[in-house]
Design a protein around this ligand. Structure first.
Ligand code: HEM
Ligand code: HEM
Ligand SMILES: [Fe+2]
Length: 473
């Protein structure tokens, strides 16, 4: 079944694409800074560009998660959104907060609290906004006919993400305390509750795209949630090694963060296995690519590249270098950017009623952005390793080292251009789909597979003896 109020999701996805494009612009400003092309330096110095780049990343991903929830929850709960009007109010206020924050970055002081640099006065608006969002989503789930594990995990992730924003709002005079609690937000988001959001979206997509039974898929979801909490909570210690807190964190952080890749490995195995098990193949191959891709790339970016610098013995050398940027890019890309692009790719044909499955642009978008981002990751990695060696082994001066490694940023910019071409094609496709329509969201058939579209093995169902009448659900 489809629900008319799912249309709200489209506009969240639209805002998401807009903010994503802006994030990339600021990435390029920094990339050019790094090779000495600094025409914008007076207006947008490196530190401002960096703050805008990373904070925009957080905001566009959250916008994407919200869109995902507005799409998924009515369908899972089998109930229209409790208020469409308020959902649009929430969207507009989110956009306003976003714009004010971005503009503010260009004039304001810079706190140096990476990822959480929205001026604190605006934080209160963020809180109101998120409360409204949660009210609409939880209210819909509550009123709905069913409360599936998928929906509950997704909503739990969103709820705890909101709750965890609070420690980051408290003011501390002590740098150590400030840093300590900043990680409650940043780490417990990306290596904790956001994984639940990712798991929920992944589970929804796999149920829709592979046709494997919900029971089987949701059993895996429990495993993922379990592994995430087991490792992620105490894994926070990998940010406490050398910030001035108790040395016990060296051991706790080392051990538990070393276990974190297991949760991402489970997600990758989960997705690939469900894909293999699935007998019905959904025609929306592009959504399937993004879905399976997210699970694999997140394992590499978060799991493997995270592990590469998570032990205290290595982190002593790599902390705060471009090795971190290498991991940061691939982890965020694989786990969160790709899952947002996956749900958008899945939702668009259903919202608009246009089935542009397998468009050339759609396929090219996937490959160009992924190869481009892989190249960027390698460029950051090489620059990072050289930086660690020169700065921390040879004890060369910080700025001299930055000069030595600037060549790697030429490579970075080339790969970033490829990446951006891919994203431009994705957005082109997004625009080509056109607006959502009520007709597309009416009637039980729409958005789901008609029997002739379902293929078992190589043949369309219509050409086979058995006809599948149930929809993939
Ligand atoms: C999707 C999940 C993940 C994302 C999005 C992510 C992203 C990031 C980002 C952006 C940073 C820089 C933060 C800052 O300095 O403010 C960071 C740092 C770090 N991450 Fe991750 N990460 C993820 C998962 C992991 C995992 C699973 C591990 C370990 C196995 C890990 C290990 C680390 C370590 C050790 C640092 C600190 C680096 C330093 O000292 O400079 N990360 N991560
Ligand atoms: C065209 C694209 C992009 C370019 C040229 C670019 C470039 C950069 C540069 C130069 C930095 C600063 C590194 C430093 O401290 O010197 C940075 C930081 C960062 N970027 Fe990007 N970026 C791009 C796209 C993205 C995307 C798509 C994501 C997320 C999926 C992302 C996530 C991040 C993160 C998390 C950081 C902070 C890393 C850290 O804390 O070490 N960037 N980016
Ligand atoms: Fe962490």
């Amino acid at each position: 079944m489809k629900y008319k109020s799912q249309k709200v999701a489209y506009w969240f996805f639209g805002l998401c694409m807009l903010l994503f494009s802006l994030q990339i612009v600021y990435g390029f400003i920094m990339g050019f800074d790094r090779i000495g092309i600094q025409g914008l330096h007076e207006i947008i110095p490196f530190n401002v560009a960096r703050a805008v780049h990373t904070n925009l990343l957080v905001v566009w991903l959250l916008t994407g998660f919200m869109g995902a929830a507005y799409y998924i929850i009515p369908e899972e709960a089998q109930h229209e959104l409790i208020s469409v009007k308020w959902a649009y109010v929430q969207l507009i206020s989110l956009a306003v907060v976003g714009v004010v924050a971005i503009v503010g970055f260009h004039f304001n002081h810079w706190e140096g609290r990476k990822f959480l640099e929205i001026p604190r006065e605006l934080d209160y608006l963020v809180v109101v906004n998120v409360l409204l969002f949660l009210f609409l989503i939880i209210g819909t789930l509550y009123k709905g006919k069913q409360k599936t594990t998928t929906a509950i995990v997704l909503v739990m992730g969103l709820f705890f993400a909101a709750l965890l924003y609070i420690p980051g709002m408290i003011w501390f005079d002590s740098q150590v305390m400030d840093s300590f609690f900043r990680w409650w937000v940043v780490h417990l988001w990306v290596e904790g509750v956001w994984e639940l959001i990712m798991g929920g979206i992944l589970s929804f997509l796999l149920i829709k795209l592979t046709g494997v039974d919900r029971e089987v898929i949701e059993k895996w979801l429990y495993v993922i949630v379990g592994l995430t909490f087991l490792s992620g909570v105490l894994g926070t210690g990998h940010h406490y090694y050398y910030i001035g807190v108790n040395k016990i964190w060296l051991i706790v952080g080392g051990i538990f963060s070393a276990l974190e890749p297991l949760a991402f490995l489970a997600m990758a195995l989960f997705a690939v296995n469900m894909y293999r098990k699935g007998e019905k193949s959904h025609p929306n191959k592009i959504a399937l690519f993004w879905t399976i891709g997210a699970s694999i790339v997140s394992f590499v970016g978060a799991g493997l590249l995270g592990f590469a610098h998570t032990l205290p013995q290595t982190n002593l050398y790599t902390h705060g270098t471009l090795v971190t940027a290498m991991h940061g890019h691939y982890a965020f890309w694989g786990a969160y950017a790709m899952i947002v692009l996956a749900i958008i790719s899945y939702a668009l044909p259903n919202l608009t009623g246009r089935k542009r499955y397998n468009s050339t642009q759609g396929n090219m978008a996937f490959w160009l952005s992924n190869i481009g981002m892989l190249g960027m990751t390698v460029a950051f990695g090489v620059a990072g390793v050289v930086q660690v060696y020169m700065e921390r082994k040879l004890k060369m001066d910080f700025m001299d080292v930055q000069n030595e490694i600037s060549i790697h940023f030429v490579v970075l910019l080339i790969c970033a251009t490829m990446f951006t071409t891919g994203i431009a094609l994705f957005i082109y496709d997004f625009v080509k789909y056109g607006r959502p329509t009520d007709e597309a969201l009416e009637g039980p058939q729409n958005g789901n597979l008609s029997s002739s579209e379902i293929k078992i093995g190589r043949y369309p169902a219509s050409k086979q003896k058995i006809t599948i009448s149930e929809e993939i659900n």
